[in-house]
Design a protein. Sequence first.
Length: 754
Amino acid sequence: MSAYFFSPTRLPAGCLIFLLLCISCNKSRTIQHSKELLNGHQKMLQILEDTRRKIDTPNNNFAAMAKIIQCDSILATTRDPNVQLTTLVKKAIFLLEYGDEVQSVAMLENTAQTLQSSPEGLKVVLPYLGTAYMRLAERNNCVKGHSSESCIMPIKGKGIHKDKAPAQKAVETFERLLKLDPKQYDAIWLLNIAYMTLGEYPSKVPTKWLIAGLNQADYVIKPFVECAAALKVQVNNRAGGSIADDFDNDGFLDLVTSAWDLEDPMHYFHNNGDGTFSDWSERSGLNAIKGGLNIQQTDYNNDGFLDILVLRGAWQGQEGPTGDQPNSLLRNNGDGTFTDVTIDAGILSFNPTQAATWNDFNRDGWVDLFIGNESQSDKSPRKCELYINQGDGTFKNMADAWGINISLFVKGVASGDFDNDGWPDLFISSMSGHKLLLRNKGLVDGKLVLENASQQAGFDKEMYRSFATWFFDYDNDGWLDIFVCNYEFDKALSYYAAKDALEPSSDPAGKAFLYHNNRNGTFTNTTKAMGLKGVAFAMGANFGDINNDGWLDFYLSTGNPSFMSLVSNKLWVNIGGTGFRDATVSSRTGNLQKGHGVSFADFDNDGDQDIHTDLGGAFRGDAYPNAMYLNPGQNQNNWIYLKIIGTKSNRASIGAKITLTFKENGKTRIVYRELNSGGSFGSSPLRREIGIGKASVIDEISITWPTSGITQVYKNIEPNQLLLLKEGADGYTKLPMQKLPFAASNMPMCAPTQ
């Protein structure tokens, strides 16, 4: 039977005219819709620029130049010597925040000279002076003379400063301070770090102030290699987000970064598939999109191209204009460009946030969006938002209509099906002290019911301020557990790092907490039993499997705005689901600079996960190059990568449940994963990268799709390949996976010192 092809010549003339008119009308509507989106994009760019100007005020704690100008105004008018002195100290601090370390040091030296006969005055000024010298040392060596080992604990090799003068002055200043106040723990910590930058730790550190063991490994793995500069994906950013994923569907993982200030553009590095990246920031239009402390990817319109959510305003307050910043939804146009569709999609709001999660909460096949805002005042609460996807490119905030009334200082949001009932639940961390577990009970009379299950779960028993969080199954028992990090502090983080090292205690400040799912709606705090100890103060954080053993590890990016908060980011390795060990020192991933968005991803397609993290602080003067840690391969373990496409379920398949069954050393093992981008601050790829240890074959892979609820099973799968699995389709497709020449041997400039 011959195929029948449509031809307009087979239609009557009247039908042909009608068809042409329809085509013309549809084309007209398409053009009009494109114009509307373009107008919305331009409006958002103008909103961002207007907001940037509005928040450039001394009332904004992070607008350093505005505060410097205010100090100059005071100094020009006051005659009061006390006011003059305090204003000069403030100006020196603001100059440091702005990035003028030389002038800051000079002013603080003059002030210290003025106060040389006042021990109490020196106790106030010397910490700032020592910190200013430390930052000057970092500027001259770690920023201007950046190397692959700069600021990585323990500092050695190419990380040791060539320009030693600033660090030597820092040593002198901190020792002078400690003679006045021996219990200045933050000064003790920074003194040890300063000696390390000089190559004189621990031998030259005075015994009474030595923190021993900072160069000793707790758990030994092969060292990662920092190659951001060699790969030309290095950006000297302030605090910001990280996404690793394939934005143009060419089979290679790209990298997108952001920074939180509204002067800072986003960056898009395209993976060329030949061992190089190209900067597509300008051609994609992302360089015109400014700001964003956190960014996440999704496919909100089910068109097969990953879109981007940009979150803004976090930590900048809700009183006055500084925190009133809009988020952005950036539609991937499928041609390498992005359009800001925030206004057209109906999600424009002005609240401080960096916390959100994508999931199909009502299981209609379209991903929805939950945003946790920072509410610091009962008088003007900033409620969380729940945007339900209407399936036509728009969203509707149903939080009020569905009785979801949450007003906390939210810092982290994660979604996952903790009770295995098929409906994605929510976990919320906050600086308000509360941790909320919301059980999704499904649709009742057309309304989504989110039941507060926090008390039953046991989260109301431990009140503490918290930040980074996620759901993951750390022991592979098929039930999602919860990670959350304490974020309580009233001093610089260096204080807690030193105190914990010198005087270990049960103080929970800055420590990581792990909660095991008991399968009955309750959770048990297994932090101590799992060996998690030491302070971290995690902000950016994510999890992955760096050694392909099938057990999930995690990386914590640490910090806060203070320049004295110079503490190490941390890598923890999962030991067979029975405990975690600190592999920071041996892995060479413990950068001292402030860490934010984290992505675990196999950028070079060599079968092991690398780690990207966005580094740099909140202030202009605390910008720092981001890091790309390449995994050298920890062993000969096998793996499987899965690209999963939903048809009835959301196309990105967020929420899909994956089960792998295999035999390792004669013993049957099961590995469980739920598809998402990982932790609350940082985004790993939506393709699943799963280790299977020494298994030579996967007996069974099963996928349970979130909307249809169907389970598809694939048997006897060979490892070490990338498979395409599609909802409702028989079998699977093997996708090409080209290994890329990212190895350190091909890039001598990022090879570590032996």
